[in-house]
Design a protein around this ligand. Structure first.
Ligand code: ATP
Length: 328
């Protein structure tokens, strides 16, 4: 029989994403609903090792559902990667009478949680919080939708100035080694080309496509470049190449950067965070451990950490085709 869960801790780890606060709120309120105590852990695994804990009740999370970032702060912990570090963390958990842990973070954070579970048989549950949408087992990670809206808003604004000056803009977006942000925001922002790591377009095809676009009567162009794309990796070299090889183009670069990680979460992310928090706490109560909660076919489902951290979510080929047709 698994030990009865009475006290649950929650932490945010790795890169932050909009919706993490909404997920913390959901975990805390689900605990309160089930008469469980909830402990907030500051600064991810770093705070777990140091015992940087604070009891949280339902009222302590008021007014945060609409806030970006994470009130618990996030951190990357080198020490947690060592057995000694995890031993210290486990000791702090036991001393504080904590029976289960909810980790809000990316695949690295889940790897850490999985190892903690393997070594000490400590119940853990994960909520995928990253704007990159790169985790297997959920169609949407927390923050992805908000980041898309931020990027689309930026594209719309850049489009205004691009068309006033007949310019070509390369806009670099985040996403690490996957192109989900670039592909979706590119379609929504009406980009002429989208460069993603999953599809090697090549410089020649890019140049050809830009020429075609100019010939067809377009006076300005927007190319969305995923930060992990091979030819986009150095976006300023890409600009120089186009400057040197295509006459008559006034080329500019805009790197959107960390603004994509901030901001008030979208309605979609707030609802998703609320659902994920409920599922995570109730799954721990049911005696489950070592899973990530995720959205699959509109339902909340569990995926073993082992599967969630393996591989990357595949790009939707239908979206690629739509993007090609739309840039005609
Ligand atoms: P993001 O997707 O934003 O990068 P992440 O959760 O993948 O988020 P990481 O920096 O990879 O971010 O991991 C967060 C923390 O998880 C690390 O600082 C470390 O403490 C812990 N962690 C990651 N990998 C391991 C591992 N192999 N063993 C133990 N702990 C790990």
């Amino acid at each position: 029989m698994p030990k009865k869960i009475k006290r649950i801790a929650v932490l945010t780890s790795g890169g932050d994403s909009p919706g993490m606060n909404a997920a913390i709120r959901s975990v805390v309120r689900t605990c309160a609903y089930h008469d469980l105590e909830c402990i907030g852990v500051y600064r991810g695994y770093e705070g777990l090792i140091e015992g940087d804990f604070k009891p949280m009740d339902a009222r302590s999370v008021k007014g945060i559902i609409n806030k970006g970032g994470t009130i618990l702060k996030s951190a990357r912990s080198k020490e947690f990667r060592t057995v000694e570090g995890r031993q210290k963390a486990y000791k702090k958990l036991v001393e504080a009478g904590i029976d289960g842990l909810v980790v809000i973070g990316g695949d690295g954070s889940f790897t850490g949680a999985m190892i903690l579970n393997d070594e000490f048989d400590f119940p853990v549950m994960g909520i995928p919080g990253t704007i990159d949408n790169d985790i297997v087992g959920t169609t949407h990670t927390l923050g992805f939708d908000t980041a898309l809206n931020t990027v689309v808003d930026a594209i719309d604004k850049i489009r205004d100035t691009a068309s006033s000056h007949n310019r070509l803009f390369f806009i670099e977006v985040m996403g690490r080694d996957v192109g989900h942000i670039a592909l979706n925001a590119g379609i929504a922002g009406g980009a002429e080309e989208i460069l993603i790591p999953e599809e090697d377009l090549g410089l020649d095809r890019l140049v050809e496509s830009l020429r075609r676009s100019r010939k067809s009567g377009k006076t300005s162009s927007i190319v969305i470049v995923a930060e992990g794309d091979k030819i986009g990796k150095n976006i300023f070299e890409l600009k120089d190449f186009v400057d040197d090889n295509m006459e008559g183009y006034d080329v500019r670069v805009s790197v959107l950067g960390h603004m994509q990680r901030g901001g008030s979460p979208s309605c979609f992310d707030r609802v998703l965070a609320s659902r994920m928090g409920v599922k995570a706490v109730e799954s721990l109560l049911e005696g489950k451990s070592n899973y990530m909660v995720g959205l699959q076919n509109t339902k909340m489902e569990l995926t073993p950490f082992d599967n969630a951290i393996k591989g990357k979510t595949k790009i939707n080929l239908e979206l690629l085709r739509v993007s090609d047709i739309m840039s005609t």
